[in-house]
Design a protein around this ligand. Structure first.
Ligand code: F6P
Length: 530
């Protein structure tokens, strides 16, 4: 008899509860007794990026336990399945094959779509067409493009680009303002082509073109989607619809035609370079032994920090102004992927999973929240990211920037004892009783974990490799925790509720059942307001 979907899902061999594994107990114990050893230098080079993990808890026993844990989790087989495009996203019955989009020799249908995209870009560039771009998309259909455009167009781009993601009408108002509608291309990026924000903002953009007397507004619109039929219904011409595949998760769509805006703003070479760098990291991930595998080692220390030492968050500190958007990019990647507490069997994971991710570029971050990192009661592991060489002509700036980064990391790592603080206070000549009191305020705990990630310089290649480094780290953590890092059911419920509430607020539906008292109050009070 044919099995029901539920039966066949249940009959699949899912990994056991992590905490029942003897390998987990050994790992946990080794992690508890390991320390940050300030005399240790531990470097891994991956795809041209140096990862310095000296600032993490380490010991030979922990290294061994990490290898055993990965074996117990069938890591090599899981990695093969990811890289070969097997169905790894089992709750949505899909592959998560973003690596196929950046493979040096892609499958013919991927190569053909890439070719179409490059031809479109070439035609637009050679005709000097589209002085302005309005990129409409949200989440994965936005952050990666924003990141790349800011990283390589920080000093200005020949096309003006505005990004519109939020449903807040001020966003689209600002996004369209100042642009000549006759020389503006509207790029709508949406894998599902059902996302409320993107469709509503797209409608405003189309009305704006119509109002300006553009004869055929759809001819100035592009759709990048896995649902071409929905884009066709919008009247978008076939030549302006670029394909996304179902097996490309939203937060990985940077590697697809979603990056059209990047190419139009800062050149097609940027997307090609990013793909090459990411492919180099894929190769490293696939081939490097575990002890020298950068994503795997980052994943393991992340598990130590979160599930053993109990750090609830991870701070991302790029010491590069151009990488400001790396923070929300990694936030989505990590938190949408690992913000789950149910394993593949549907059981609760018994250890804390994905941390909250937050951050800001240094040195601004130092003047905002580093106090908390140094002396707050919780603290957080930090990923410091620097470029060894800058691309401006002011070496002094770069030296100061690097010095600040190394100094913050050193302070977190080494700390300062009460005795050292006291000696410092006494040396400044203050009276002893004051020195004894003040020294308490000048103590740094130290031993706070960090990574230092060093890019030789910021290039499309190194940025691509950096993003793939984080992607694979997240994947490995998903394997260890036994969760699916490729779905995002948690976001869906809110969307469902919002659609009912939108109908209530606009008067299309009345008296919806099941509202809590406060929601009911606010629906009634806000209904009908402009
Ligand atoms: O936030 C949920 C989500 O589905 C993300 O995973 C995705 O990147 C975003 O919404 C946008 O989705 P779409 O590309 O389908 O518009």
């Amino acid at each position: 008899m044919k099995k029901t979907t539920e039966e066949s899902a249940n009959s699949r061999a899912h990994p056991a509860d992590l905490t029942t594994l003897p390998e987990w107990s050994v790992f946990e114990q080794a992690a508890r007794s390991a320390k940050v050893d300030t005399s240790r230098l531990a470097l891994i080079n991956a795809a041209g990026i140096d990862l310095d993990i000296s600032g993490q808890h380490a010991s030979p026993a922990l290294t061994e336990a990490g290898i055993a844990l990965l074996e117990a989790r069938n890591f090599e087989e899981q990695r093969r399945r990811l890289l070969e495009g097997d169905i790894v996203n089992i709750t949505e019955s899909r592959a998560a094959w973003h690596t196929a989009l950046r493979a040096p020799a892609p499958k013919p249908e991927i190569a053909a779509e890439r070719q179409r995209l490059f031809e479109f870009i070439h035609t637009a560039d050679s005709k000097r067409r589209w002085r302005n771009i309005v990129h409409i998309g949200i989440g994965g259909s936005d952050w990666g493009v924003r990141l790349a455009v800011a990283a390589f167009g920080y000093a200005g781009t020949w096309r003006n680009v505005h990004f519109v993601a939020n449903i807040d009408g001020h966003a689209i108002q600002g996004g369209l303002s100042g642009f000549d509608p006759h020389d503006t291309l509207i790029v709508m990026a949406s894998k599902s082509f059902t996302t409320a924000e993107t469709l509503e903002n797209g409608r405003r953009a189309r009305e704006w073109l119509e109002a300006a007397g553009v004869a055929d507004p759809a001819s100035q619109m592009i759709a990048i989607t896995a649902r071409p039929e929905a884009a066709r219904q919008w009247g978008i011409p076939e030549a302006h619809i670029f394909k996304l595949w179902e097996w490309v998760g939203g937060r990985f769509s940077l590697w697809s035609a979603v990056s059209l805006t990047t190419a139009l703003a800062v050149s097609a070479d940027v997307i090609a370079g990013m793909q090459t760098g990411a492919a180099a990291m894929d190769k490293h991930f696939a081939e490097a032994p575990i002890a020298e595998n950068a994503p795997v080692q980052m994943a393991l220390s992340g598990i130590v920090n979160r599930s053993v030492l109990g750090y609830g968050s991870l701070n991302i500190a790029p010491y590069d102004f151009r990488l400001a958007n790396l923070v929300p990019y990694i936030q989505q990647l990590e938190m949408e992927s690992l913000g789950k507490s149910v394993d593949l069997n549907g059981a609760s994971v018994k250890v804390p999973t994905g941390p909250a991710v937050w951050g800001m570029p240094g040195t601004d971050a130092q003047h905002t929240f580093f106090q908390w990192l140094h002396q707050g009661s919780d603290g957080a592991p930090v990923d410091f990211i620097i470029c060894a060489q800058a691309d401006h002509g002011w070496p002094t700036h770069h030296r100061i920037l690097l010095a600040h980064c190394l100094a913050q990391r050193q302070a977190l790592l080494q700390g300062k004892s009460y005795e050292e603080a006291l000696e410092e206070c006494m040396a400044s000549g203050m009276p002893e009783d004051q020195a004894r009191w003040l020294a308490h305020h000048r103590v740094y705990g130290g031993g706070r974990p960090s990574n230092l990630i060093v890019l030789p310089r910021l290039s499309p290649y190194t940025l691509g490799a950096l993003l793939a480094l984080y992607e694979h780290k997240v994947f490995v953590q998903g394997i260890i925790w036994g969760i699916n890092p490729f779905d995002q059911w948690g976001v869906e419920y809110g969307k469902q509720l919002a659609s009912g509430l939108t109908r209530e607020l606009s008067g299309e539906a009345v008296g919806g059942e099941g509202y809590d008292a406060s929601t009911r109050y606010w629906v009634d009070r806000l209904k009908g307001l402009q």
